[in-house]
Design a protein around this ligand. Sequence first.
Ligand SMILES: Cc1cc2nc3c(=O)[nH]c(=O)nc-3n(C[C@H](O)[C@H](O)[C@H](O)COP(=O)(O)OP(=O)(O)OC[C@H]3O[C@@H](n4cnc5c(N)ncnc54)[C@H](O)[C@@H]3O)c2cc1C
Length: 425
Amino acid sequence: MTGTRVHRRQFLKSAAGVAAAAFPTPMLSQGVGPPVVVIGGGFGGVSCARALRKADPRIVVTLIETNPAYTALPHSNLVIGGLAGLQRQQFGYDKVRLAGIHIALSAAAAIDSQARTVTLAHGASVNYERLVVSPGIDFRAGAIQGYDRRAAELMPPAWNDGEQVGLLRRQIEAMDDGGTVVIASPVNPARCPPAPYERASLIAHYLKRNKPRSKVIVLDAKESFAMQKLFEAAWQELYPGIVEWVGLSSGGALASVDVATKTLSTDFDKYQAAVANIIPPQIAGRVAELAGVADRTGWCPVDAVTFESKLQKNIHVIGDAAIAGAMPRSASAARSQGAICAAAIAALLAGKTPAAPTLTASCYSLIAPDYAISQRGTYRPVDGQYVEADGGAIISLLDASRETRKAEAGEAGAWYRTVTGELFG
Ligand SMILES: Cc1cc2nc3c(=O)[nH]c(=O)nc-3n(C[C@H](O)[C@H](O)[C@H](O)COP(=O)(O)OP(=O)(O)OC[C@H]3O[C@@H](n4cnc5c(N)ncnc54)[C@H](O)[C@@H]3O)c2cc1C
């Protein structure tokens, strides 16, 4: 273990600040096992923190998270479509704390991989034997001309920010009938590849009932997308003439935006948006760069068994930030990776060899409240990369009945309640 005394003094020094409130007194007297620090209190980070405590209760787990409440993005498209309230997506960390995990509500501002310390925005620092980084995604700067911080406030991505989910909902509600909602969908790799199309569907569901002269256009930087045939068949059936998809070869890649006129330009055309939802190209959350675990692609290469970074020893990366082969960037995958990473860390700390893992990921897409499709997969490492096992991903059938779609919508709701209940409840 490294520098525990210095570490305690640093906490005590900040007793009047947020850090003191964030680290309850028990932590200061509880240094019985090796310290493991987890950055990011989302699906990956909370799953890992909880699994670490279960694997070996002697491990002192500290979870560092910027925000006092987490906004879950799965099912947030229901909020944007006016079918659920934002509160349903929001979770505090009280129950996580009760599981014996120390919660530091502050941003991780610096990481010293030699000294093995994380410095918080409020100045306190915490040491680690092993560090887990699960910061989600950030946006690649300068990828779309004119899309700066101000533009992002007016044309929100609503892709990693709960406030923006509420903002986008309000913009669609305030839009006149006849207005066009434009969604700009990014290149892969990106968070939750089917989610832009789920969003288009649930916006269309709202427009059909409330603004029948309006439509939603998806400008896509890709030539094809996840479960495309299923989405297109459903749009034809449920929302004819309301959803229009423009792929790469038809000029779908967004090149620039004019915030003042809400004009979106591709190399082929200009689109006048009443509401614009711009989802820029993505990279691992910025803290990955601070930790020195992101490579030139902006994402984080990891060992497929332990999720330890290939660039920094003793630092593990999970969730959307990690390069995990065929695994999609989803909450389901992040949760599974969190559990596997925790088991590997517990084994390594005990001087054992971690077992080769099998991971699962299932992703439902709601096209209407009673109509869902899904993709489920099992993944195993082969030659250091995750590949689809057991014959590949299982995708909903194109000719499934409405009863099956309804049953899948029920399963989607159950999945969301179960996962958020297990992690935050
Ligand atoms: C619209 C939409 C719909 C989706 N639907 C689904 C779905 O149906 N099913 C599914 O499986 N997945 C879905 N996803 C994907 C899912 O939300 C992500 O894959 C998942 O959240 C990834 O988990 P994570 O732990 O990597 O990151 P996150 O859940 O984003 O957590 C990262 C956390 O790290 C914190 N953080 C970042 N930097 C710092 C720092 N410096 N210091 C402290 N804390 C920091 C952030 O505040 C955040 O709380 C959807 C995503 C979107 C956008």
